[in-house]
Design a protein around this ligand. Structure first.
Ligand code: MN
Length: 255
């Protein structure tokens, strides 16, 4: 099994390294990852500057490893286009920090997995729900197992898995839950400061606020120390609203 690996925390992130050491036991890994942290880069792609791949040595990692000056989504596209043999699986992570609720829309980690599905590749994103030097080994172990199982399960094309692993020791993980996205928002707080020239600048701050943590959500699973697996896709159409908007066409008839 050929596995293309990327992340958004950068090529030297400990979560990526733990993932590689684990995944290379179940497949042949090839890495194209950002040369610097790209957390919250979302699904951006680079159109206005050249992209470069720089070979990197990571101790104990077999297979090609490249640092890219682009975004996580760039890394997936480049990883695909620079290798004549397409990967069987794309894995993005292990992110340091949760990707729950609407965080998936900002996440470079999740966007890389989504880009893989756009490219027609099977993928998953994996995150550990702590920013504070988490132990990545339970998530790394789980990723290798999931990589082995995923090619054999019935998963629609254009659907990928967003996996969050609680930041607790392996023995304390209380199971695995298939979940939907809850609601977990940020960006409701900014700090206004002053630069040395006396001009104001602003910095997003504040902790996430969880407004939907119902029992079937990713947020609830993590709160119970379970691994959360959310099947995810990029079709953001509000299907249930389409019918109710039928009369809108009538209202807009004359324009
Ligand atoms: Mn990140």
């Amino acid at each position: 099994m050929r596995i293309l690996v990327t992340n958004d925390d950068g090529i030297h992130a400990p979560g990526l390294y733990a993932l590689l050491i684990s995944l290379q036991e179940v497949g042949e890994v090839r890495v194209v990852a950002p040369d610097r942290e790209q957390s919250a880069a979302g699904h951006a792609v680079t159109l206005h500057q050249p992209l470069r791949l720089k070979p990197v040595e990571l101790p104990g990692v077999r297979g090609e490893v490249f640092a890219c000056n682009g975004t996580p989504a760039d890394c997936v596209v480049l990883g695909q286009l620079t290798n004549p043999q397409p990967p069987d699986l794309v894995v993005s992570g292990i992110n340091g920090g949760a990707n729950l609720g609407e965080e998936v829309l900002y996440s470079g980690t999740v966007s890389a997995a989504m880009e893989a599905t756009i490219q027609g590749l099977r993928s998953f994103a994996i995150s550990v729900t702590s920013y504070d030097k988490p132990d990545f080994s339970p998530a790394a172990r789980f990723a290798a197992r999931l990589a082995t199982v995923l090619p054999h399960i019935d998963l629609p094309s254009r659907c990928f898995l967003n996996v969050n692993v609680p930041a607790v020791p392996y023995e304390e993980i209380a199971g695995i839950a298939i979940t939907r996205l809850g609601r977990r928002g940020y960006l409701n707080t900014i700090e206004k400061r002053e630069d040395p020239r006396g001009d104001p600048y602003y910095w997003f701050s504040g902790a996430p606020t969880e407004t939907d943590s119902a029992p079937d959500t990713d947020i609830a699973a993590i709160a119970q120390n379970k691994i959360s697996i959310t099947p995810t896709h990029f079709d953001v159409t509000s299907y249930h609203v389409m019918d109710s908007l039928g009369s809108l066409v009538n209202d807009l008839r004359e324009w």
